[in-house]
Design a protein around this ligand. Structure first.
Ligand SMILES: Nc1ncnc2c1ncn2[C@@H]1O[C@H](COP(=O)(O)OP(=O)(O)O)[C@@H](O)[C@H]1O
Ligand SMILES: [Mg+2]
Length: 366
């Protein structure tokens, strides 16, 4: 059993409260990613789990035991950092086995664990090399191997891929996922990169200013963000936010975006927003993929409007288009065949079945 539980965990540095009372339950075998902008408290949280930082308040348990006062070496965790310093004078095998040798594991046991980890990481033919004879990606694998051979209760990763180039990062992301599928060790992984968080995690924990904004599966966070922060942080290009109002017209609830654009809301949305005050300052939240060119057989809730495109960005499989609604910049995603051109009008459609409505004052999704 190696679940990890955080109860009202606080970290204070003098007058800075880096972590402000975090509750988090990580299940055995689960892969949880802490994501958020730089300085939001991710590393501090991870280092408290590792025991590298004292906690100012609250409790941390690993495998059901409170570990607040247990030193790092006795917590049965293995950590992989962005700067995965390998010993330059040791071979790959020696680097991987270093921790086991310190603990006087039997030679045969060490050998089989290193061989197994090397096979899993696809570096079996490199075990006799020195770190300087390896590429960045291979070194990162060795660093992971060093963690795997210890067979810990919990893996802790702090931005392990940040030093790699973009292509290698994507490859290693897939490797890490494969390794987790095999060893199934409970994992807490820290990154500022929302794509990495979405692709790796069973559940994502979005942090902001020392607090948890929302916890959910990647799809839950993407489709049902609870706050403006999460809505804007998850997804690329980011969700659009446009000031709007609700109004009654022709006996139906409408969403008014500009003097000229007011859309009837689909019935499910109208029911959900019925009780929202008509005077409340609101924002429409809508993802670029829900603003497209018009299609021949539009479904209910997909409303046409005309946009004057300022800039278009052909991406190959799609074209990103940029225009404004009441001076608010908006991004849409159209087919490369939609005839989108810089400076030209385009007939567009907004899918209100996938809209979000936010209270501008509280930042909460309604
Ligand atoms: N040793 C320290 N002394 C004082 N403040 C610190 C220390 N370590 C981190 N902090 C502060 O705590 C906050 C969270 O830092 P950190 O957990 O490293 O953020 P993240 O990993 O999300 O980028 C930041 O404001 C940072 O400046
Ligand atoms: Mg950090």
């Amino acid at each position: 059993m190696a679940e990890v539980n955080l109860r009202k965990v606080v970290k204070r540095y003098d007058d800075v409260e880096a972590v402000r009372g975090i509750d988090l339950d990580i299940a055995d075998h689960e892969f949880v990613v802490l994501v958020g902008p730089s300085g939001c408290g991710k590393s501090t949280t991870l280092r408290m789990i590792a025991g590298l930082e004292d906690i100012s308040d609250g409790d941390i348990s690993i495998g059901g035991d409170v570990v607040n006062d247990v030193p790092p070496k006795d917590r049965d965790i293995a950590m992989v950092f962005q700067n995965y310093a390998l010993y330059p004078h040791m071979t790959v095998a020696e680097n991987m086995s270093f921790g086991l040798r310190l603990k006087h594991y039997p030679k045969a046991e060490i050998k089989s664990r290193v061989a197994e980890a090397a096979r899993m990481l696809d570096i079996a033919d490199l075990v006799d090399r020195k770190p300087k004879q390896l590429s960045g990606g291979q070194r990162q694998r060795v660093a992971m191997g060093r963690a795997i051979v210890r067979n810990p209760k919990v893996f802790l990763f702090d931005e392990p891929l940040s030093n790699l180039d973009a292509k290698l990062r994507v490859q290693m992301r897939i490797e890490i996922k494969k390794v987790h599928q095999k060893v199934r060790t409970t994992t807490v992984y820290v990154t500022h990169d929302q794509v990495e968080a979405m692709t790796l995690a069973d559940r994502v924990v979005v942090m902001n200013k020392g607090r948890i904004e929302q916890i959910g599966t990647p799809n839950e966070l993407y489709h049902n963000p609870a706050t403006r922060f999460v809505a804007g942080f998850i997804g690329s290009p980011a969700m659009n936010f446009v000031p709007c109002r609700l109004e009654e017209a022709e006996g139906r609830l409408h969403l008014r975006l500009t003097d000229r654009i007011s859309f009837p809301l689909p019935p499910a949305r109208a029911a959900r927003y019925q009780s929202v005050s008509r005077n409340e300052p609101l924002q429409l939240g809508i993802r670029p993929e829900h603003i497209t060119e018009t299609k021949p057989h539009a479904e209910p809730g997909i409303e046409p409007f005309e946009a004057l495109l300022e800039v278009t960005e052909p991406m190959g499989m799609e074209t990103l288009v940029y225009f404004t609604l009441n001076e608010t910049p908006v991004c849409g995603r159209v087919s490369p065949n939609a005839g989108a051109r810089d400076g030209s009008p385009l007939r567009m459609a907004m899918d209100l079945n996938n809209m979000h409505l936010l209270n501008e004052t509280t930042g909460l999704v309604i």
